[in-house]
Design a protein around this ligand. Structure first.
Ligand SMILES: [Cu+2]
Length: 283
C-alpha cells in the first residue's frame, strides 16, 4: 500500500510505503508478504533472511539493547531488512503485531499450515551464514509461550493493555506515551518489549536467535510504531546530544547516525493510521 505525500519546502513528492497491522492485511497482501519471506529464506547470500537475522545474534551480534541506541538501531535494522524484502516485491512492507490489543500470537504467524503447506511465518530454518553449525545451534525456530500455571510471576501474556510494573498496574499505552524524554520512553519501551520476547519463548527468548523467528520482525515493527507515535506526541524531544550524531553499526551501507533515523518519512515509510499529530486508535 502506498501513500502520496507532498513534503514542505521545495516541491518534492515522495512516495511513502505504509506499514500495516498484520491482522488487518487483505488476503492478497498477506500472501505477498508470506511469499517474500519464503523467497528471502531461499537466498543463501547477503540479500537473504539468514544473513540479516545473523546481524542480531549468531554470528554478528551487533544489536543494541538496554541502552539509548535500542530504538534507533532497531529502526535502522528494520529498514535494511525491509529493503531486502522490497528487492523481491516492492509492494511489500513490514507488518506489525499489535500485542497491546491482540490476544496471543497473530494467526498469520501462528497457523502451522497455509493451503496444506507449512507456514513459513510460523517456524523457519536456522542456518546462520558463514558459520559451521554447532551442537547448540537450533535447526528450526520454535516458540514456547509462557505457561500461566507455572509458579512465579513470569512475563505477561498479550494483550498487554495493562502492564504490571510490580508496584502498580498501568494502562500500557498511556504509560508509554506519557514518558517525557526519549531515554525514559526508550526504557519503558524496552521493558514491555522484553516481556514479549520472554513470553513468546523459544528462539525469540534468546537474542542470539530471536531474529531467526519471523515473528521477531512484527514484534519490532510494533516497537518502532510505538516510538513513531511517541515522537508525534513529543515533537522536538530528541535523543540526548551525546548520542544524536553517533554512528551506528550495520553491515551494509547506509550506516545511519541516530539523527538520520529520527524521521520515518525520510526513510520512506509511514504507519497506517499515523496521519495526524494525535495518537491513532488501535489499528
Ligand atoms: Cu527485541
Amino acid at each position: 500500500m502506498t501513500l502520496q505525500v507532498v513534503s514542505r519546502g521545495p516541491q518534492r513528492r515522495a512516495t511513502l510505503k505504509t506499514r500495516q497491522n498484520v491482522s488487518r492485511l487483505g488476503g492478497n497482501e498477506l500472501a505477498a508478504f508470506r511469499s517474500v519471506i519464503a523467497a528471502v529464506l531461499d537466498r543463501p547470500d547477503n540479500r537473504g533472511y539468514q544473513y540479516f537475522a545473523g546481524w542480531h545474534g549468531v554470528p554478528d551480534g551487533i544489536c543494541q539493547h538496554h541502552n539509548n541506541l535500542f530504538l534507533p538501531w532497531h529502526r535502522g535494522y528494520l529498514y535494511h531488512f525491509e529493503l531486502a524484502l522490497q528487492d523481491v516485491d516492492p509492494t511489500v512492507t513490514l507488518p506489525w503485531w499489535n500485542w497491546l490489543e491482540e490476544r496471543g500470537i497473530p494467526p498469520a504467524f501462528d497457523d502451522p499450515e497455509v493451503d496444506g503447506q507449512p507456514n513459513v511465518l510460523a517456524s523457519a530454518p536456522v542456518t546462520p551464514v558463514g558459520v559451521p553449525a554447532q551442537d547448540w545451534f537450533p535447526t528450526k525456530t520454535h516458540r514456547a509461550p509462557w505457561d500461566p500455571d507455572l509458579p512465579g510471576p513470569g512475563p505477561q501474556a498479550p494483550p498487554l493493555r495493562e502492564f504490571d510494573l510490580g508496584d502498580q498496574r498501568v494502562d500500557t499505552l498511556k504509560w508509554l506515551m506519557s514518558a517525557t524524554t526519549q531515554s525514559d520512553f526508550s526504557q519503558r519501551c524496552w521493558r514491555v518489549h522484553d516481556n514479549i520476547h520472554v513470553w513468546v519463548g523459544g528462539e525469540m527468548g534468546d537474542a542470539n536467535w530471536a531474529a531467526f523467528d519471523p515473528l521477531f520482525w512484527a514484534h519490532h515493527t510494533m516497537v518502532d510504531r510505538l516510538w513513531r507515535m511517541w515522537q508525534y506526541e513529543h515533537q522536538g524531544a530528541d535523543p540526548a546530544p551525546a548520542i544524536i550524531d553517533q554512528p551506528m553499526t550495520f553491515l551494509k551501507p547506509p550506516s545511519f547516525t541516530v539523527r538520520e533515523v529520527l524521521d520515518v518519512t525520510q526513510l520512506g515509510y509511514e504507519y497506517s493510521g499515523q496521519t495526524s499529530r494525535s495518537v491513532p486508535g488501535p489499528t
